[in-house]
Design a protein around this ligand. Structure first.
Ligand SMILES: Nc1ncnc2c1ncn2[C@@H]1O[C@H](COP(=O)(O)OP(=O)(O)OP(=O)(O)O)[C@@H](O)[C@H]1O
Length: 354
């Protein structure tokens, strides 16, 4: 449904996008994730036609090259974070606007606007003015206005950024539901890893105008391919190590006196003696009593350090010969104060280039 090949864009000396290619399948929920300034908005503006790239090899929507077409001739619509609604028009008029400028007859505008408002559960508020709506309702109007022209691709530029936490979570579920109902292609941009993980079929992680990693939410969460990806996806423990042995998908490394096994995720395999990093999530580490746990692999002696109660879980530090390791314990029955070692499974241990 969407094909971008070799997009480069510079604003003066600032290279916002550096030879980026991506595709989205028909009906896919694709999320472009990245920190502020990584080039997400620039990519969206190039797709929608609001920005002309410095260089691009191909930009196709639904199989047709649109790189020379103006924004109004591209079969996609953008929903912005700040809604961009017309304050002097009613909700219904806002939603119908895109049809009006296309010369659609009035009765059809009204019925299609109402259909779009029904999709976002606002059919009963068609006559209201924009200032009489809450933030969440305004964002729903913006969505309805984008959907009413039935674009092939809906582009969403941090649409939930202005909403409070609870509303944002509700709208996340509604968007996923809407996506399912419509079977449309969504390209969604956000800096929130939580949003990306909960909503998307596939996530593209951007860094300084380039794609750092692309894959399923599970792959991004559990199998980062680089230090940047691991840190961005919230890995709490990233520790330097040296490769000792590589065998059948697993890599065995040394960290000081300890021998640790894990999964290599980067495209190019390491060699013996290479300096690498191990990355483990705090919640995948288990505090244990040595001898009682049965674990032999990936077991390091530790003494309990400071603990922070966080309601749903406990953050527990563990002091070890290789430095402080951070644990997160969700299970209330796990005795966090009474351990002398920490352990983790091979599959929860990611090994990445240093
Ligand atoms: N109109 C502009 N003029 C000059 N530089 C710009 C312009 N728009 C963006 N940039 C620069 O291009 C880079 C990429 O910006 P872009 O807005 O695409 O990033 P982003 O990932 O969407 O960030 P954010 O999440 O903050 O919106 C940044 O360094 C930014 O400062």
């Amino acid at each position: 449904m969407l094909e971008v090949v070799g997009a480069t864009h510079a604003y003066g000396p600032v290279v916002a996008l550096d030879n980026v290619s991506l595709t989205a399948e028909r009906g896919e929920f694709l999320t472009i994730l990245g920190a502020s300034g990584s080039g997400k908005t620039t990519m969206l503006r190039i797709i929608s036609g609001l920005e002309r790239p410095s260089r691009i090899e191909r930009l196709a929507i639904d199989g047709a090259d649109v790189s020379d077409k103006p924004a109004s001739m591209r079969n996609c619509t953008t929903v912005f974070q700040n809604y961009a609604l017309f304050p002097h028009m009613s909700v219904g008029e806002n939603v119908g606007y895109g049809l009006k400028v296309r010369g659609v007859p009035k009765p059809e505008i009204q019925s299609r606007a109402l259909d779009a408002l029904r999709l976002v559960q606002l059919a009963d508020k068609a006559d209201r003015r924009i200032h009489q709506l809450s933030g969440g309702e305004r964002q729903r109007v913006a969505l309805a206005r984008a959907l009413v022209t039935r674009p092939a691709i809906l582009l969403l530029d941090e649409p939930l950024g202005a909403l409070d936490e609870k509303l944002r979570q509700e709208m996340q579920s509604e968007l996923v539901e809407l996506h399912r109902t419509l079977g449309m292609t969504f390209v969604y941009i956000t800096h929130s890893q939580e949003e990306a993980l909960t909503m998307s079929d596939r996530v593209i992680l951007m860094r300084r105008g380039r794609i750092e990693q692309s894959g399923s939410p599970e792959a991004l969460f559990d199998r980062p391919v680089s230090r940047f990806a691991a840190e961005f996806m919230g890995f709490e423990n990233i520790i330097p190590a040296v490769v000792r042995e590589i065998s059948a998908g697993r890599v065995i490394v040394e960290i000081g006196p300890h021998v640790i096994s894990g999964i290599w995720t980067a495209p190019v395999e390491p060699r013996q003696g290479d300096r690498v990093l191990i990355a483990v999530r705090a919640e995948r580490l288990m505090p244990v009593r040595q001898g009682q746990s049965g674990a032999k692999e990936n077991l390091i002696e530790a003494t309990p350090g400071p603990r922070t109660y966080r309601g749903k879980y406990v953050d527990q530090a563990a002091t070890t010969s290789i430095g402080t390791i951070r644990l997160r314990v969700w299970d209330r029955s796990t005795p966090v104060e009474d351990f002398n070692a920490v352990t983790w499974s091979l599959t929860d241990c990611v090994i990445i280039p240093a």
